[in-house]
Ligand binder design. Structure first.
Ligand SMILES: [Fe+2]
Ligand SMILES: [Fe+2]
Length: 292
């Protein structure tokens, strides 16, 4: 069998396992909220309905809306009131982060890997990616936040379904001082970005998201429709590692790719300092809201 055929076969098998597991429980809310984010005609009522069909998510959103951080004048008991108090945009992101956090809830038992710090890393990448779109590109970046939240979903899959080999990958990455993707490639013949992209495609998420997840470790090879988002994810990844936020999956940063991404996006690296500070502040606020 040709290597690419074998890789596709492995990916298909993993996606099937994912779709039969708890990970797939986030699929309908995530794709529903992403659809709302990308539809200029969508209203707050679409979001309200979407959140309300998921009682555990509703409870979590109400808990955050009632937290000290949002300090409502009186107790918020319905999503409708939460929408009015915290706003449409914030609620879309909150619904996504609260839902995606469910698959990071388990304690990582693999040595050298902590699922909760991986989650913190994913939120940091989501925030920094979104902020770069808003502040630097002056764009809404509809898919930036969700792509950041999901970019390393492949690592979760490896830690759940390929546990023994994943331990080998981690020790290889540690001892041979190679980055995670290279170690994965050696052991699995594919990496966590390939897995993430296969899941995003199978779940019919927009191609921009799927492509950016698939090339977040290799952004200069991304296809046109997702290259900007893939490069921004790389920059966000680099920044979060540089400032040691959460799990650092590739401690051997590639300065050359980072510089090339900055050049491609026409970005001044100094602008990133402020963005990282803002992201750290927002992460602290999310910590106060109980997200970590
Ligand atoms: Fe990654
Ligand atoms: Fe990452």
């Amino acid at each position: 069998m040709a290597p690419s055929e074998e890789k596709q076969k492995k990916l298909k098998k993993l996606v099937n396992l994912v779709n039969r597991s708890e990970i797939a429980s986030i699929k309908s809310i995530v794709s529903g909220v992403v659809r709302i984010i990308n539809d200029p005609k969508a209203s707050i009522w679409d979001l309200k309905e979407m959140v309300e069909i998921d009682p555990p998510l509703t409870a979590k959103v109400l808990k955050v809306a009632n937290s000290v951080y949002y300090s409502p004048p009186k107790k918020i008991g319905e999503i409708k009131q939460a929408l009015i108090w915290i706003g449409f945009d914030t609620l879309k992101e909150m619904a996504l982060s609260q839902k995606v956090s469910e698959i990071f809830n388990k304690n990582g038992s693999v040595e050298g890997y902590s699922i909760s710090s991986l989650w913190k890393h994913c939120v940091a990448v989501a925030l920094i990616t979104k902020m770069i779109y808003r502040k630097e590109f002056r764009e809404r970046g509809a898919n930036a936040y969700v792509a950041g939240l999901l970019h390393d979903i492949g690592i979760i899959v490896e830690s759940q379904f390929l546990q023994n080999d994943f331990s080998l990958v981690l020790s290889k990455a540690k001892n041979a001082k190679t980055n995670l993707s290279e170690a994965e490639q050696e052991v699995f013949g594919l990496n966590h970005a390939d897995i993430g992209m296969a899941i995003a495609e199978n779940w019919n998420l927009p191609q921009e998201i799927a492509g950016a997840i698939g090339y977040h470790e290799n952004p200069l090879k991304a296809e046109q429709g997702s290259s900007k988002l893939a490069s921004t994810l790389y920059i966000a990844e680099y920044c979060s590692q540089d400032s040691s936020i959460g799990y650092s999956e590739a401690p051997f940063q590639n300065n050359e790719i980072f510089e090339q991404c900055l050049a491609e996006l026409n970005m001044d690296p100094h602008a990133l300092d402020l963005i990282v500070e803002d992201a750290k502040r927002e992460l602290n606020e999310m910590e106060d809201q109980g997200l970590f």
